[in-house]
Write a protein that binds this ligand. Structure first.
Ligand SMILES: [Fe+2]
Length: 326
């Protein structure tokens, strides 16, 4: 994603910043939503009122922590994670091997805060080293709260390896990321019901959706519960950034990072299934919202009465988003 697109979003974005002033919070506390629920917005906290819901689930959405742990077991891939880990001198994320203080705070306080499930919306790792996966799994298991993970484009990416994005994703999910999924789940699409809300996790980390994923969304949404979609890359809306998933503007011409990231360039245009997926999601009557990361900034977007949220990169204090449905 071209982050500059998001920076240019301007008035269309509503900041979730924890440092927002009281007046900012007041002005955004009661958006003029036309659905049958409303959202109260205070710092990084959403309260979604959903008539008829019996239990009151609370979710903590965490994205883009970009762990960069590695050790000698992945020595042969050192050249493929050097840039993202900061070893090459261009530290694009946290200092190499630094303890991930803010992620640990986010997960360690989840139980005390009454969180029913932690939703991890991708780029939890900067690359799929064994050390990264083990750290994530250990901290999540220790926190005492159920968690649901879906991959982002960096989770499975060792820079500079040959193959298409689809092939590389399949290979490295299989080789390394399986400990982050539950037994029996298809890493491309699965769902879980938590206190009456159906959480649907879909992998869109190549920006493209498959026929099977479109059909899966439609069948899950048709089951009738309030349905929450979690993915890594924000879904395009007509007033939003051009580089989102299912954008008609998305494609090779917009891909400024492929050489830096040493990966295949985006294809010319998104596939028909990808556009179909967007239409299906945005016309889902029982959609609670779409929750994503990827842009490393918090914002909300709307189309067709639906609400889409992206969380900040969790490399700062309280960069997660708590969502209560009641
Ligand atoms: Fe990221």
């Amino acid at each position: 994603m071209n982050r500059r697109d998001f920076i240019c979003l301007g008035g269309a974005a509503v900041a979730l910043s924890a440092s927002a002033s009281a007046s900012q919070r007041t002005s955004s506390a009661m958006p003029n939503f036309d659905k049958e629920y409303f959202i109260n917005w205070d710092r990084a906290y959403l309260n979604i009122a959903w008539p008829g819901i019996k239990e009151k689930p609370r979710f903590r959405v965490i994205g883009d922590t970009h762990f960069n742990y590695f050790d000698e077991r992945d020595k042969e891939y050192a050249g493929n994670y050097a840039r993202m880990s900061g070893v090459s001198g261009r530290n694009v994320h946290l200092p190499s091997q630094a303890p991930h203080k803010y992620f640990e705070e986010a997960v360690d306080t989840a139980k005390k805060d009454g969180v029913d499930a932690i939703l991890l919306v991708g780029d939890i790792l900067s690359f799929p080293t064994l050390a990264n996966v083990e750290y994530a799994r250990k901290k999540l298991d220790e926190c005492g709260v159920p968690w649901i993970y879906i991959a982002g484009n960096h989770d499975w990416h060792f820079e500079g390896l040959p193959g298409s994005s689809t092939q590389l994703r399949e290979t490295w999910i299989e080789k390394r990321l399986m400990p982050l999924y539950k037994d029996g789940d298809d890493p491309m699409m699965f769902s879980r019901v938590v206190k009456g809300v159906r959480i649907v996790a879909i992998d869109n980390s190549t920006y493209l959706l498959s026929r099977k994923q479109v059909d899966f969304w439609m069948s899950e949404a048709a089951k009738g519960e309030p349905v929450l979609l979690m993915m890594h890359i924000p879904l395009y809306v007509k007033t939003g950034p051009k580089g989102c998933c299912a954008s008609p503007h998305w494609g090779a011409a917009l891909d400024w990072a492929w050489e830096i990231e040493r990966r295949p360039r985006w294809i010319e245009k998104a596939t028909p299934e990808t556009f179909e997926f967007r239409e299906a999601v945005l016309s889902t009557p029982n959609l609670v919202g779409v929750f994503t990361g990827h842009a490393h900034q918090a914002f909300s977007m709307r189309e067709n009465g639906q609400n889409l949220f992206s969380v900040r990169d969790c490399r700062k204090p309280r960069a997660y988003l708590d969502v209560a449905i009641s």
